[in-house]
Design a protein around this ligand. Structure first.
Ligand SMILES: Cc1cc2nc3c(=O)[nH]c(=O)nc-3n(C[C@H](O)[C@H](O)[C@H](O)COP(=O)(O)OP(=O)(O)OC[C@H]3O[C@@H](n4cnc5c(N)ncnc54)[C@H](O)[C@@H]3O)c2cc1C
Length: 463
């Protein structure tokens, strides 16, 4: 086996889903791009290029957006599609081709046969649906399928099992980080993909075709643009203007002091390594960098670890036994307020802070992280059962947040409602039992909640 090929095979980021060596007589290496929608800082693309170069074969990216992802709607798809236009040019700079197709031509197996793939490379996504698709494709492909952990810094396989909490995750991450947190290198394919091969492709466009049957019940967010260039611009602005002060300012929802990079990370328009290296190398106090890298690496990769190793990540029975027990004991407690999902969705509760947070999410597809905790905990308090609360929170989060349908979302909700990665707290309270509680009074005192409420509800709606 040539050395570069051996390097790819032994890389802990690489999973051989359909094992076997790439076919030296194949015509090209195909990268089936799903989660990591970018041309740089993309370890899956790098692996495809390394194999292509070792075999002296060109590399082509196959991109086929599908309209039926659960809870996906126009808001998400517009952001996703906005990233497509610049991809072709950015890939061409690496001498890599792009073939863009819709259903019924969206099957990777058929495409791999059509172009004589020696190997199909994919990118990892720990969520249930993409995992099932990956398994199905692995069973049907003729070529081997290797998938690459492209959206974490520390390969998730090296963490071996579900981690109990940030305190068990942190030492493992710290030990492995120096090996994996390096500035991404951008190599080129030695044999360029030649488009004259007559392989049919649509022109990648930000325009969602009318016939693309995506749910149109949630409108796109005006003024927010998806894509690699937009993601890099958001990162640049954050590092320049808001990283300094992040350690103390990040829990001030009225100030927008966080990066707002979560939609770009979710859609793979920016890689976590690019973000981490920019922050690590910034000229700001160490405390601000550490606070940010704790969220981006320890917390984010803990969420990915949870979803990867716990198949019940979106259900209460995926949470710790102590939390399930205490919630069970308080199942029959009187709920002072109980709201139907439609009332919550319409931001019509008695609580102006909660309504403002809900309104922020519905209007701009993003909610401040501090308020996401409060938002989910109140849904637990105001629902008929913890199970119903979790289902409602997941539905609303996934429908409206641009960064929804992400391991971070399922983990955040499991943390808020089911004590995941948390511990038992006293005193025991109605409904919550020993699950950590947040009150309107104490949450509202920690920042200028009046300014936040006025911003999202308007003065007329403050109660
Ligand atoms: C109930 C609840 C629901 C959530 N839903 C989502 C969701 O759907 N999608 C989502 O990406 N995040 C979710 N989070 C996690 C977190 O609140 C957001 O990632 C963060 O607020 C996004 O804003 P930012 O990019 O400005 O974060 P920054 O503070 O700038 O942090 C940078 C990055 O670090 C990661 N990060 C930050 N906080 C956390 C955290 N607590 N856990 C894991 N990773 C984190 C994110 O990738 C984030 O983009 C949720 C948290 C809770 C409590």
């Amino acid at each position: 086996m040539p050395d570069p090929l051996r390097q790819v095979v032994t890389d802990p980021r690489v999973h051989r889903r359909r094992p076997g060596p790439p076919d030296a007589d194949g015509r090209c290496v195909v990268y089936w791009m799903q989660r990591a929608q970018r041309a740089t800082d993309n370890p899956a693309l790098d692996a495809a290029i390394s194999v292509g170069n070792a075999l002296r074969q060109p590399v082509v990216v196959f991109l086929a957006p599908i309209p039926f992802y659960p809870h996906g709607n126009l808001r998400h798809y517009q952001f996703l599609f906005q990233g497509f236009e610049e991809l072709a040019t950015a890939l061409a700079r690496r001498h890599v081709g792009l073939v863009f197709r819709f259903a019924p031509d969206h099957r990777i197996e058929a495409f791999a046969d059509e172009v004589g793939a020696s190997l199909v490379v994919g990118d990892e996504n720990p969520l249930r649906e993409p995992s099932v698709w990956r398994e199905r494709v692995a069973a049907r492909l003729r070529a081997p399928l290797w998938t690459v952990d492209a959206d974490v810094i520390v390969p998730s396989a090296l963490l071996e099992k579900e981690q109990y909490a940030a305190r068990t995750m942190r030492p493992r991450i710290s030990r492995l980080l120096p090996q994996f947190l390096a500035k991404p290198v951008t190599s080129r394919a030695r044999v360029p993909w030649v488009t004259a091969r007559r392989v049919q492709s649509r022109l990648p466009s930000a325009q969602i075709p009318d016939a693309f049957p995506v749910g149109r019940n949630v409108s796109p967010v005006a003024g927010v643009h998806g894509g690699m260039a937009a993601g890099r611009a958001v990162l640049r602005r954050f590092v320049r203007h808001r990283l300094e002060g992040y350690a103390t300012g990040r829990n001030r929802p009225e100030r927008d002091g966080t990066s707002q990079l979560s939609p770009y990370l979710h859609f793979g328009h920016i890689g976590p390594r690019t973000v981490a290296v920019a922050v690590r190398d910034a000229d700001v106090p160490a405390a601000d960098k550490e606070a940010f890298l704790e969220e981006l690496i320890v917390r984010r990769e803990l969420a990915i670890n949870f979803v990867r190793f716990n198949p019940r990540y979106d259900r209460l029975d995926g949470c710790e036994p102590w939390a399930r027990r205490t919630l069970d004991e308080h199942r029959g407690d009187v709920r002072e307020y109980q709201y139907a999902e439609a009332v919550l969705e319409g931001a019509e509760t008695h609580d102006p802070l909660w309504n403002a947070a809900q309104r922020q999410m519905v209007q701009v597809g993003w909610m401040h992280g501090y308020l996401r905790m409060y938002w989910a905990k109140k849904i637990l308090e105001w629902s008929e059962s913890p199970e119903a609360a979790m289902e409602i929170a997941i539905r609303l989060n996934d429908r409206y947040e641009l960064d929804g349908r992400d391991p971070n979302g399922y983990t955040g909700i499991a943390w808020a409602m089911g004590g995941k990665h948390d511990r038992a707290w006293g005193p025991e309270r109605p409904v919550y039992g020993k699950v950590r509680y947040m009150s309107f009074a104490s949450t509202g005192r920690k920042f200028d909640s009046k300014a936040y409420v006025a911003r999202w509800l308007g003065d007329g709606e403050r109660r």
